[in-house]
Design a protein around this ligand. Structure first.
Ligand code: HEM
Length: 137
């Protein structure tokens, strides 16, 4: 049982690390000065991976909840809140991306500024909730 618990934790953490890497790639692409068409193609390629990894974090989190016999502590509530926040603003960002005028430079730079802010907030929240989970454990 102990091995199962540590394997579940490792998997959960592995997906958290993959999420951080994807946030880093997104931020790098957004800050690199390339044309918007090339940038949007790359962002569209990464977007599905982001949500696949988020769902993997959710499912491994559910396994962790089962193996820890649903012993909720404040760290777990924070993780769930952060997860919902990232998903909710991800959907909002996606809708904003679909609606924007991709040929207009003002819309392009507005979207870029929004996306940089969104991924920076995601990064801060993921790192903060990870540190908090270890602090309260
Ligand atoms: C992006 C969001 C998330 C991050 C950054 C995150 C991070 C972490 C970390 C670092 C740990 C290990 C902490 C420790 O061993 O004390 C952990 C454990 C855990 N996570 Fe998450 N997690 C996230 C989302 C979730 C979600 C959505 C759930 C539930 C559906 C969840 C459920 C759990 C549970 C139950 C544990 C075990 C806690 C314990 O051992 O007491 N996590 N998570």
């Amino acid at each position: 049982m102990n091995e199962f618990i540590s394997l579940s934790t490792q998997l959960h953490l592995l997906f958290v690390i993959v999420l951080v890497v994807l946030i880093g790639i997104n931020l790098y692409l957004l800050k690199k000065d390339t044309g918007f068409v090339r940038l949007s193609k790359k962002l569209e390629l990464i977007a599905p991976q982001y949500y696949i990894v988020l769902s993997a974090i959710f499912f491994t989190g559910i396994i962790m909840m089962a193996v820890t016999q649903f012993a909720f502590h404040i760290g777990v509530w924070v993780m769930i809140f952060v997860w919902i926040f990232i998903l909710f603003f991800g959907i909002k960002g996606h809708r904003r991306y679909k609606k924007m005028d991709k040929k207009d430079e003002v819309s392009q730079s507005n979207y870029k500024a929004f996306a940089i802010k969104k991924y920076t907030i995601d990064l801060v929240l993921v790192v903060a909730s990870t540190l908090f989970a270890y602090a309260v454990h």
